[in-house]
Write a protein that binds this ligand. Structure first.
Ligand code: SPD
Length: 308
């Protein structure tokens, strides 16, 4: 069994749900820092090096491609020829690394609130960022996504939200509301696509993902979940792709493979036509939950019956 020879007495314990924890064995603690916004750990173990923020596992060098390739490429592929891409979050640099694989991309702006985390990631995760912070097509802005949206006048072909999990109370709640998604829509080009990391799709917690989907459906004409398998989060995640232009999940794997061959560089570990087809097929229980849900998230009427 993998990890059977683990010889550590040090564990990082992550609360996955109020009833479940995930114990990650640790060989070395590389960083522990309280930044202006959050508590950061960078640790090392059988999964390589990992970033943990406010007690939540963000990514690790061993399996981050499962998350980042699935977050970035679906909207890029559905667009076909993205030139301008906006990324919210993504301190490790792996999200922009995937964006910059696209030869069509001329401009990327990455907005992350926490410059201290970005600096630590530059130092400790060269495997993830692969020096993309030096790419002249990338502009890094240290700011709150909401401030940026207030002042942004440009439009974008693809917008990627690589932020926290959805929650129904607290500081991140506004980032999952109808008002916020309307602002995103205002800065998307007419054929642009938006993808958001929208939390766990395991049965006890999928209502959060489902409500994000329903909220997005009030803003965009076409909204679909995709389900990557990202192994070190302790639960299956769901991303949501939204657009006002129709995009088909009836993916033709051969066409996707030739698009990727023509328009990207570097090769993939996970993404190809077959993988995109697979992650676009979400299970029946999730489709049924989306069909049955009536709650949407607005700032005006935040949820009253918050589950713990
Ligand atoms: N519970 C999963 C949380 C993942 C949040 N973001 C990951 C960031 C990777 N760039």
């Amino acid at each position: 069994m993998a990890g059977a020879n683990l010889n550590t007495s040090l564990y990082f314990v992550e609360q996955i749900t109020p009833w479940d924890v995930y114990k990650h064995g640790i060989d070395k603690m590389l960083v522990h820092q309280k930044t202006k916004y959050q508590e950061m750990f960078i640790v090392e173990g059988v999964y390589g090096k990992a970033l943990i923020l406010d007690g939540k596992w963000q990514s690790c060098t061993e399996d981050e491609f499962l998350y980042h390739e699935c977050l970035v490429h679906p909207p890029m592929i559905f667009h076909g020829s993205p030139r301008k891409v906006l990324v919210f979050g993504g301190a490790e640099g792996a999200t922009v690394r995937e964006v910059l694989r696209w030869k069509t991309v001329e401009q990327v702006v990455m907005v992350d609130i926490d410059g201290e985390v970005v600096e630590a990631c530059k130092k400790y995760f060269p495997e993830m960022h692969q020096n993309v912070f030096e790419d002249p097509r990338l502009e890094l802005i240290i700011d709150d996504a909401q401030n940026f949206l207030e002042s942004s006048l440009e439009t974008w072909d693809v917008i990627i939200s690589d932020l926290t999990d959805p929650i129904e109370e607290g500081l991140s709640f506004p980032l999952f509301t109808q008002e916020y998604f309307q602002k995103i829509r205002n800065i998307l080009s007419a054929d642009g696509l938006f993808i958001i990391q929208a939390g766990s799709i395991s049965p006890p917690e999928m209502y959060l993902h489902v409500r994000v989907v329903k909220t997005l459906q009030t803003v965009f004409n076409y909204v679909h979940s995709v389900a990557p398998y990202a192994t070190s989060y302790g639960c299956p995640l769901g991303f949501v792709v939204s657009s006002d232009r129709e995009f088909s999940l009836q993916v033709n794997p051969e066409k996707v493979d030739s698009l990727l061959l023509e328009k990207t560089t570097g090769g993939f570990k996970l993404m190809d036509g077959i993988s995109l087809l697979g992650m676009s097929r979400i299970p029946l229980n999730l489709r049924q939950a989306i069909a049955a849900e009536t709650q949407i998230y607005t700032l005006k009427n935040p949820p009253q019956d918050i589950k713990v």
